[in-house]
Design a binder for this molecule. Sequence first.
Ligand SMILES: Nc1ncnc2c1ncn2[C@@H]1O[C@H](COP(=O)(O)OP(=O)(O)O)[C@@H](O)[C@H]1O
Ligand SMILES: [Mg+2]
Length: 267
Amino acid sequence: MQSIVTPSEPPDRLRLEGIEVRFGGLVALENVSLQVPAGSVVGVMGPNGAGKTTLFNVVCGFLRPHAGTLTLDGRPVRPAPHRLVRHGVARTLQGLGLFGGLTVLENVAAGASVSHRASFVTGLLGLPYGARTQLAARSSAATLLDEFGIGEYAQALPPALPYAVAKKVALARALISDPTLLLLDEPAGGLDSSDIEELGTLIRQLPSRGDGSRSVMLVEHNVDLIMSVCDHIVVLDFGKVIAAGTPDEIRADPLVAAAYLGGKEAA
Ligand SMILES: Nc1ncnc2c1ncn2[C@@H]1O[C@H](COP(=O)(O)OP(=O)(O)O)[C@@H](O)[C@H]1O
Ligand SMILES: [Mg+2]
């Protein structure tokens, strides 16, 4: 039988179109569009004040844009922080955001207890299964910690951790809900260059974990990290997209170089 439908690409995991955010008279984002295809790592970079965190906050639902649309797998959504996990989205924030009074293992397991699957099953079957779900969460948390090479810190409290370890704990907590889209805001912040290199290797492996369709959107000031891990990069400056392309294309773009030089002179 002859098909009259042209086979189409699967929809992008995340798509932003024409996003605009204003803070009073300041236009923090103007007509920003970008796509994160399934299974890819997309980076948003730009000098301080370019609008990276603002964009991140729009995707997380902390900020509602004044204009523009956001779609996940082709479906328009209005994200809200408490609905992220239901949409298969997880995030780490600039900084750490770990619970200081919980052990590393409990912190990571806490990321699973908000997972839609866990709460759904617990609700259906009641507390005994809930307890089993918790056990399962602790066991996946332990596995993740081992995979990240930080199993020895499972019983430590976050304030006692070296910063690079705490960063990995925050990443493990985001990953335990098995998100199909992981959002990272400035993951390299506060790390030295060897830690950044290790983090880069870890991020690069994220899409191939699970079924290979996991996507990552990385918002980052550190040019080396973003160049080494991303399939595609979008560059913001003063709230506008000034360049988009592969790391090689971005590296060769004179507008990007000028934006970073301008940022350095202003700093
Ligand atoms: N809540 C806010 N109120 C007013 N201005 C803000 C707010 N958040 C960010 N801005 C401004 O918006 C611009 C973009 O900020 P931000 O998104 O934090 O940049 P980046 O993360 O790239 O450093 C900056 O000029 C910043 O001062
Ligand atoms: Mg920021």
